[in-house]
Design a protein around this ligand. Structure first.
Ligand code: ATP
Length: 463
């Protein structure tokens, strides 16, 4: 049993050891054990080295950040900007031709490549696929006019661009601060190279979500005279477009929205689309092709697309009657599968702005169109592009065979005359032939076969 503690005998704190000769002797024993221990000393040394290295690393990181800030300059481009596309074209071009252009550009051999497929149209109309290898996501180096530039291409795989569904990408170029003047030079070179590829060509764009994106490679422009329309039709439309383009200030002074709508109506294969494309080419305009029946296209997107078309472009809406045959439907997954008619009218009227807007619409069935759609302001010029008239048939025939060495000019004219008379006679009997059918006939047959073969291609006007 423990004896009870009396109030006077409170437990006291243990005395603090005072260094005496005896316990000093103990310390020197410890020092003896650890101080002389090579393992312990090595551990201490290693710890010191570790701390030193960490400090050095942090110092270097801070130093490099400071140096980067002061001595380097970076330029970021993302794939929403035109410069990004232009740079990739430039990069593909220079990476493949660097051996010839070594003085200006040198690319270090890269191990991370991306392929870009381009379709090149040959003069005979066929096309071939070309593969270009460009620097893929990662870090690459190239030398541009004597300056080394680091290129870092990054792809964001976790999030996509909301409307177009493509991943976000950025390219960051870094070089010495003193070489910063090379950036505008490089981008100008890239822009000129990209635009040179489109020179003399027609660019077609389609809607991707709420954006317009180039569709395929730029196409060879079709000469306007190669589309043979009835007398005066071509000139009427071309003159109207040119007059409109010359009157921007006139519209601005009167506060009238600077836009014009055209409707070309007529049977299939009469040359409506070909003419619009040729006209765009002759004015150096692009085409923005809008499909009103496209899945997911809703009224708000349509308004956005029509008010944000790229400069110098015709908006082309084909078969405008087809989009409203069926009223708004919802697909199984809840997507609105077509726009509403009133939404379309609102989009055509758009927000009044000084921006130029030219819309071309085509239809095979004028009678199906709501009068609200073709009222002035929405459609300013309504033109019939019909089946082949006798003169058109003859002109197309001469265009196809006129330069043949096998047959004299007189014979060509005589046969053209026969075709003209044949077409006139068939038309009087209520029969018709499309320009597309004539073109097909002329492609397949020799000049002698063409006139004879033509008879079978006329069809009843009501079919
Ligand atoms: N007037 C024409 N002159 C020259 N070629 C024509 C003409 N009309 C049609 N063609 C030829 O016929 C083909 C079809 O023409 P296009 O697509 O322009 O006709 P479309 O009137 O727009 O037809 P659709 O109403 O079916 O869209 C093209 O290859 C084109 O070269």
């Amino acid at each position: 049993m423990t004896p009870p503690i009396s109030p006077t005998e409170q437990p006291t704190a243990p005395p603090i050891p005072v260094p005496t000769e005896e316990n000093m002797q103990g310390t020197s024993i410890l020092t003896g054990i650890f101080g002389d221990n090579p393992y312990f000393q090595a551990g201490f040394g290693l710890m010191g080295v570790g701390v030193g290295l960490t400090a050095l690393r942090q110092g270097l990181a801070l130093g490099s950040t400071a140096i980067r800030r002061r001595m380097l300059v970076s330029l970021e481009m993302n794939n929403k900007d035109h410069a990004y596309e232009w740079f990739l074209v430039w990069m593909a071009h220079n990476a493949s031709t660097s051996s010839q252009k070594r003085a200006a550009h040198t690319w270090l051999r890269s191990h991370q490549l991306s392929v870009e497929t381009a379709f090149e149209q040959r003069s005979n109309g066929s096309s071939s696929a070309l593969f270009r290898f460009v620097a893929g996501p990662g870090t690459h180096w190239f030398k541009y006019h004597g300056a080394w530039i680091q290129m870092n291409r990054e792809r964001e795989t976790r999030s996509m661009q909301l409307m177009s569904g493509t991943p976000w990408e950025t390219v960051t170029l870094t070089t010495l601060s003193r070489d910063r003047h090379l950036f505008p030079q490089l981008l100008t070179e890239a822009r000129d190279l990209a635009l040179k590829g489109q020179e003399g060509k027609l660019v077609i764009r389609t809607a991707w979500g709420i954006e317009w994106k180039q569709f395929g490679q730029p196409r060879r422009k079709r000469p306007l005279h190669s589309v043979v329309l009835d007398t005066g039709v071509n000139e009427r439309v071309e003159h109207d477009v040119r007059a409109f383009l010359a009157r921007r200030q006139w519209y601005a002074d009167r506060g009238i929205p600077y836009r014009r709508g055209y409707l070309l109506h007529g049977p299939p294969g009469s040359g409506k689309t070909s003419f619009i494309q040729a006209l765009a080419g002759s004015l150096s305009y692009d085409i923005c092709l809008l499909n009103l029946s496209e899945r997911g296209l809703a009224d708000d997107k349509l308004i956005h697309l029509l008010s944000n078309a790229p400069e110098r472009s015709f908006i082309l809406i084909e078969d405008v009657d087809a989009a409203f045959n069926e009223r708004v439907r919802m697909s199984d997954d809840g997507y609105q599968s077509s726009i509403t008619f009133s939404g379309f009218l609102n989009a055509l009227d758009g927000v009044a702005s000084g921006e130029e807007r030219i819309i071309f619409m085509t239809t095979n069935h004028l009678e199906k169109l709501d009068p609200a759609l073709i009222r002035p302001g929405r459609v300013d010029l309504n033109v019939l592009v019909d089946d082949a008239s006798p003169t058109q048939a003859k002109t197309l025939f001469i265009r196809f065979y006129g330069e043949s060495d096998e047959i004299s000019k007189e014979d060509i004219d005589r046969m053209g005359q026969q075709l003209e008379e044949l077409t006139a006679m068939e038309m009087r009997q209520g029969r018709r032939i499309s320009m597309a059918a004539l073109q097909g006939l002329f492609i397949r047959n020799t000049v002698q076969e063409a006139v004879a073969g033509c008879r079978e291609l006329f069809v009843d006007r009501r079919t």
